[in-house]
Design a protein around this ligand. Structure first.
Ligand code: MG
Length: 306
């Protein structure tokens, strides 16, 4: 029989769980922080994990920050963090193009500065970032100038996304040999107070719709971020846990990768969501464990030997 799922971690169970873990993969937003504020007790938990010799990595779908920018934000909020521990979609998209796709040519980028910088860092030439005002009419748009060296279209978060960029992406993607990569497919970026703004997934869908093609996705729930950690740093899957606030990205990715999963209730998904996936048999989106907040693990962690 399968082990029981969606168990609250408390007391003795927390101690046994923490003893059985060497590597902790954290989603960031909704888990370690909300907006610009750390979740209470989360920095202490992460720092104590490191003191106890556990390895910590940060896996985020957000493409608007480089590794350096993420490490800086983490440190500003009180977390011990190094750029090499951050596996965000800006960095991992560049890694995918360089090492997996072995791209020979340029990228047409729908995305912001962080993506642009990570591509540069990986030695991948690109164009398209920044505003692209609409000029002319239908005939001009269909004949819009194309760079003959473009071999991939990358779609990430881009606040300057518009009809012109959508059109350029279509002109490139009509060539079936042109790669089509999306950083992530999150539909909304949640903000404080239940507010939200449209996420990268909306831009990806727009480009997919016009291109009549599906993007290859780098972010969770696909296993690519996890595979990057494995390749660069190595880990033992049976002693690794994915901690996240979203069932359809974080928990789904952990299940796909065959590692244990822990849902924290400080973010997007609720315990009711998890229970309803359990009732409908969608077990890959049901976490093995849950806590109200990652800080709940602190007392048990402090009892572990150094
Ligand atoms: Mg999150």
């Amino acid at each position: 029989m399968a082990a029981s799922k969606c168990t609250r971690l408390t007391g003795e169970l927390s101690r046994r769980f923490l003893t059985s873990v060497d590597t902790v993969l954290f989603d960031c937003d909704g888990v370690l922080w909300r907006g610009d504020e750390a979740v209470t007790g989360a920095p202490e938990l992460v720092n104590e994990l490191k003191l106890k010799g556990k390895r910590v990595f940060y896996l985020t779908n957000n493409s608007t920050k480089t590794r350096d920018m993420y490490a800086e934000k983490l440190r500003r909020l009180g977390f011990r963090a190094e750029p090499g521990e951050v596996f965000g979609t800006a960095y991992c998209t560049a890694v995918y193009l360089r090492d997996t796709a072995r791209l020979q040519g340029k990228v047409y980028l729908i995305g912001g500065q962080a993506l642009s910088r990570e591509l540069e860092e990986a030695g991948i030439p690109h164009l398209g970032s920044g505003p692209d005002p609409v000029t002319g009419g239908f005939k001009d748009w269909a004949g819009v100038g194309k760079d003959p060296d473009v071999r991939a279209v990358v779609v990430g978060f881009d606040e300057h996304f518009n009809y012109m960029k959508l059109n350029r992406a279509l002109q490139y993607l009509q060539d079936p040999a042109c790669l089509f990569i999306a950083t992530n497919t999150d539909t909304r970026l949640p903000l404080e107070g239940g507010r939200a703004v449209p996420g990268t997934g909306c831009l990806v869908r727009a480009v997919e719709t016009t291109a009549h093609r599906q993007a290859q996705v780098i972010g969770k729930p696909t296993p690519f971020l996890y595979n990057c950690v494995v390749k660069e740093c190595g880990l033992e899957p049976s002693r690794t846990v994915m901690v996240g606030d979203r069932l359809d990205t974080d928990i789904q990715m952990g299940s796909t990768c065959g590692i244990r999963t822990l849902l924290t209730l400080t973010g997007f998904s609720s315990l009711e969501d998890a229970k309803s996936f359990q009732d409908s048999g969608s077990l890959s989106m049901v976490p093995d464990y849950y806590v109200d907040s990652v800080a709940d693990l602190l007392p048990a962690l402090r009892e572990l030997p150094q």
